[in-house]
Design a protein around this ligand. Sequence first.
Ligand code: TTP
Length: 406
Amino acid sequence: MQTVVLAAGKGTRMRPLTDRRPKPMVPVANRPLVAHTVDAAVEAGASWIFLVVGYEAEPIREYFGETYAGVPITYVRQTERLGTADAVRAASASLDDAPFVVLNGDALFDQDGLDELFDGGPAIASVRVDDPTQYGVLDVDDDTVTGIVEKPADPPSNLINAGAYHFPAAAREWLDVPKSERGEHELTDVVEHTIDRVDVRPVPLSRWLDVGRPWELLEANEWKIAELADRHGSTTDAASAESFDGTVSDDATIRGPVVVESGATVREGVTIEGPALIRSGATVGPNAYIRGTTLVGQDASVGHAVEVKNSVLMAGAAINHLSYVGDSILGRDVNFGAGSVVANLRHDDDPVELTVKGERVSTGRRKFGVVLGDDAKTGIDTNLNAGVTLSTGATTKPGESVTRDR
Ligand code: TTP
């Protein structure tokens, strides 16, 4: 099945984490986000991948090369970000006269659901949610989709569009849709054309995650680190040092599923409660505590008397002395000054808010810490309040208490 993967988005809602990398390349467990989508597509039967790229395309090309997992990759450049239908239209000249699948490159799909989408005829993947009013909602009659409505006040069902479509060959002729109210050429309008002409099945997904905002990156890592660690990590309570590819001290305590990649070092006195992934070149300890689904990225370091809980540390991030980091995302080469501490809970117990595109929005999480852009550095003894974002390269002074974004 020829498969178009949409990866030309800007990821503006994920800033500052997308200042220096396209959103498809943000790290999720041991690969970039879009690689999980491509892997799932290959597993489901993709025979050729058409990657639509735009903003910061080079790292995507470098990662996948000309073939990936034995499947040829064609890169299609979308020159202007004019919408998802425009993105597929950019790819359509390269497609054969045959059915094709389109996947949003910034979503995670469960494998069984994707397998079902690829098998059989035209289909659209959907997820059942409690409140569908902020999504594209499917109208379904028996086993056929009869309509799709954007953000309806009175939704026809609880099934939302999950951004994965199986189109008939003829749909290549239907991609030229006018701009929608929000000024984009949208694939949902192409779906409307398709359901007017052929039967389209709804394919229910049991698990799905649209990764648009920073806390969803945390959720993506929670999903994929747990999956990876369950597959490869030690599941015994007291794993022996030999169970790991990396170097693990006999005096470290590892509980639950943990992956320590080759070239990573876990020193004496460390406790890691999985799921966790310690990537190559990373060092942990001595005497550090890691818990609650954490990614320690390549060459990152977590030093003496540091506790890291449920967080993502991108490559080269360093928290070396006497710190606490909880429910947070630290960009590449972030440096925590000694004694810097993150708050991840409000005293009124309300969900923590974060700035997304200039507005404070609820993360929906009672526990959420901070987001630090690449190269941000805290002075010693900095306190970072829950929901604070530090932009790329930002610094704090020693002893500062940071309660606002900078
Ligand atoms: P969005 O999530 O709507 O856009 P985005 O990824 O740029 O994020 P943000 O809104 O934070 O800036 O895009 C959905 C998917 O479609 C995503 O995989 C990116 C892709 N896309 C394109 O490839 N081309 C486009 O013109 C648009 C609008 C999206």
